[in-house]
Design a protein around this ligand. Sequence first.
Ligand SMILES: [Zn+2]
Length: 133
Amino acid sequence: MHRDLVDWTAAADGNFVFPTGVAAHRIGDELAAMLVSPDPRVRDERAYTAAAGWIRAGHLDDVLVAMGDTAVIRPHRCPACNTMGLMWRDELQRVLCTNRRCVTKAGMSRTWSLARLAHEHVAVERYLHVRAT
Ligand SMILES: [Zn+2]
């Protein structure tokens, strides 16, 4: 049986204070798995909320590349053009939209930070949840 290394109930109750005593890469692995969970409570209320705060605070800097390449990016849409064509670019440390027509005013491909993407996702899910009830 899989046992979570992070006590997610306690983390959520404690306003997602970064857990101590657990290696960052283990937390990253666990988050990556939770971010693709079909259960919105696990995925959005826990994983995305935690990831957004911890990425912004720099707690996951060392594991972002591995996370970025897997769960955080692939299942999501570009906040600007809504295309499912996001790719992690290691050299930029940002997520790149692969839609060639999705560019900035300067004509550059749009890129997003992981924290921004996580926030977008949580905002969209909350919006959909509010509308559904
Ligand atoms: Zn785009």
